[in-house]
Every structure is written in structure tokens, then in C-alpha cells.
Design a protein. Structure first.
Length: 369
């Protein structure tokens, strides 16, 4: 990775494209100063978007400058090295006078491998490196181009409504990315559990899909953390309120569903915190088979008794007619802080073994409230 000498402007450029929807971004750095620009396009390519980022970045400079251009685009570097005729003549017509105006050096590295060390390494509080920032901005613009195309539906299906909902959050990148992640998972959930695709559903039909979303997709397929569960609740609350405000959903129906979501997320978040509280020191390894007197392997068992330092489970899922006939696992010793989180009635997906007359946990995977 080439380092810029003093007095040099560093231009980090990035372009991304998927299914013809592209985004470009450039970050100009001079000392401690940075300037970001970005844009999008349709019917384009990643190479064209990267070249656009270089052109627009150089065009931002108001005086002749020493410039180090860093762009992760192998096609651009190959064309420069081979001096092949440009395949984007309109952009090259703009680029040539800019290259003549400035003293330009190119960094042919195809990625920003060293930026993390220069801008704070792996520190959680570190500033995002310019190259990474350019890539993030380009990705953001690419998503916007795709969403704008998806929001132009002749009739307002759920798919179109979701795109319009996201576009209204476009100006706040953080809010958009938070909502985009939740909506993407919701789309996956509808595709997995729904009877028809979102492109064939009316916007109001989303309420019928939220049960599977919060009860199955988030806790079991996405293994969402308590924070992610609460974030999903916040985004879905905004979505339902948006559907009401735009005349797609009845306000009373939204209110009832939001009340159900509040209960579900609160229960799921507390249960997830309980599951996550188990550490390696709380579990044992599978012992030699000859020592095992009884075992359960990846089964859902229901917590039936909680003491200050133990849990007892029953296997209600086997369909025994009498409760007394249900197999019992436990009491299983646990730390007091784990026992304090447990609630009778929770179904926990776990593995356990019985050795020398005592049950111990091998694995705690997930759970249902």
C-alpha cells in the first residue's frame, strides 16, 4: 500500500453494482480533512461506477494538486497498464484533462488492506478508513438505486411499500441501514413462511407475517441478540405506523399487532439473555459413552422447577398422557445468576448427560417462551 507524501491529496474511490443498479463514492483526504461525495446509476457496471468516482473526485479539486488515487478496480488498472482504448469514452473525455491538470500517482493495489492500521486498527472506536468509507458509501448508493427502481411499481404491493418505506429513511445513512437490515430479514421470512411472495401481497398483509418473523425467523434462523430483537421491534413499529399514515393499514389493527409484538419481543429478549448467559464453564464435554447413564441430544425440554442454583426440565414434547410419565432431566446445577434469569414454562433447546446419577448440561442452544 503506497503512503501519500506530505502535501498530497488522497483520493479513495469505489464503485459497486448489482443487477444494473450501481453506486459510486469518493473520499478526498488532505491531512486531517476529509470530503465525501457519492452518487448512483442504473443500467451500469461496477467498473463504470469506479471510474465515475475517480472523475468526480478529481473534479472536486479547485486547484492543481498532487493526488494519490486509490481505487479497488482491477479493470481500470488493467486498462491503464495495457493502454487499451477506453470502454467508457464519455468518462475518459472528462478524465483526461483532469489528469493533465493534476500531478497524479496511482496506487494499483486492488484493496485497502492497510487502512485499518493507519486509521486506528481494530479499535471499536477507531475512525473508519477512507477506503472503507468510500466502499460503504458506494454500497449505500447502490442500494438506493435498486430501491428507487423497486418503488416504481404500478400498484402498491407489499414489496413496493417496503421499498418506499426505506427510501424515506435514505438521507440518514445509519437509520436507513438499520431499517434495511430488518426489512431484508422480513422479506426473507415472508419468502420462507409466507404463502405468496411480497410482490403479490397487499401492504396490509404484512401483519399476518409478523408472528413467524418475531417467533421463528429472528430467534431461530437469525439468532438475533436482545439488541437486534428490540431494533427489529422499533423498525417494524415505524413500518406499521407508516402503513397507517399512507392509508395501507387500519390504525386499530396496527395498534393490536404492536401490542402483541411488545409482549413477544420482551419475552424473547429475556429468554435470549438467559441462553446467552451460559458460558463454557457452565457446560461439560460429552463423556465416554460407557459412562453415560442417560442423555438428551438437541431436544426441547421445558423448565419445570427453578431453585437458587439448579434447574429441572421435563420432556413434554414426547406426548405423554400423564405428566408424571414425562422424563425428567435434573436437577441440573447452574450458577445463581443463571438461575435468577430462568422462568418455569420456557422450552429450551439443549443437550445434557447423566453420569454417576447426576445430570449436567452439555449445550444450551436456543429457546421458546
Amino acid at each position: 500500500m503506497g503512503l501519500a507524501p506530505d502535501g498530497t491529496v488522497v483520493l479513495d474511490a469505489a464503485g459497486m453494482c448489482e443487477d444494473g443498479h450501481g453506486g459510486w463514492a469518493a473520499v478526498l483526504s488532505y491531512g486531517s480533512h476529509q470530503r465525501e461525495i457519492s452518487g448512483s446509476g442504473t443500467g451500469t457496471t461496477s467498473h463504470r461506477m469506479a471510474l465515475t468516482a475517480v472523475v468526480e473526485g478529481l473534479a472536486m479539486l479547485t486547484r492543481p494538486s498532487r493526488v494519490l488515487i486509490r481505487v479497488a478496480d482491477e479493470a481500470l488498472h488493467a486498462k491503464r497498464a495495457q493502454r487499451r482504448p477506453p470502454d467508457e469514452p464519455d468518462l475518459w473525455r472528462r478524465l483526461r484533462p483532469l489528469l493533465a491538470r493534476h500531478h497524479v500517482a496511482w496506487d494499483d493495489t486492488a484493496e485497502w488492506a492497510d487502512d485499518g492500521d493507519e486509521f486506528g486498527g481494530n479499535d471499536a472506536e477507531a475512525v473508519v478508513a477512507p477506503g472503507e468509507l468510500a466502499a460503504e458509501l458506494a454500497h449505500h448508493q447502490r442500494r438506493g438505486a435498486a430501491l428507487r427502481a423497486a418503488a416504481r411499481g404500478e400498484r402498491t404491493t407489499l414489496a413496493v411499500a417496503l421499498s418506499r418505506f426505506l427510501l424515506e429513511r435514505w438521507d440518514d445513512k445509519h437509520a436507513f441501514e438499520e431499517a434495511d437490515e430488518v426489512v431484508s430479514t422480513l422479506r426473507f421470512s415472508i419468502g420462507w413462511y409466507g404463502d405468496k411472495p411480497s410482490g403479490e401481497m397487499a401492504p396490509a398483509e404484512v401483519v399476518d407475517e409478523l408472528g413467524d418473523f418475531f417467533n421463528s425467523t429472528l430467534p431461530h434462523k437469525q439468532h438475533a441478540s436482545p439488541h437486534e430483537l428490540r431494533t427489529a421491534r422499533r423498525v417494524v413499529t415505524d413500518l406499521l405506523n407508516w402503513l397507517v399514515a399512507n392509508g395501507h393499514l387500519d390504525a386499530d389493527e396496527a395498534r393490536l399487532r404492536l401490542a402483541d409484538i411488545d409482549i413477544t419481543v420482551d419475552e424473547r429478549a429475556v429468554l435470549k439473555e438467559f441462553v446467552d448467559a451460559f458460558g463454557d464453564d457452565d457446560l461439560v464435554s460429552w463423556p465416554d459413552r460407557s459412562r453415560i447413564e442417560d442423555s438428551v441430544d438437541s431436544q426441547y425440554l421445558t423448565i419445570t422447577e427453578v431453585t437458587a442454583d439448579s434447574l429441572t426440565f421435563k420432556d413434554y414434547d414426547r406426548g405423554y398422557e400423564e405428566e408424571d410419565d414425562c422424563p425428567v432431566v435434573g436437577p441440573v446445577p447452574v450458577r445463581p445468576e443463571i438461575a435468577a434469569r430462568a422462568r418455569p414454562g420456557w422450552r429450551i433447546l439443549l443437550s445434557a448427560v447423566k453420569v454417576s446419577g447426576r445430570w449436567r448440561l452439555v449445550q444450551v442452544v436456543s429457546g421458546d417462551a
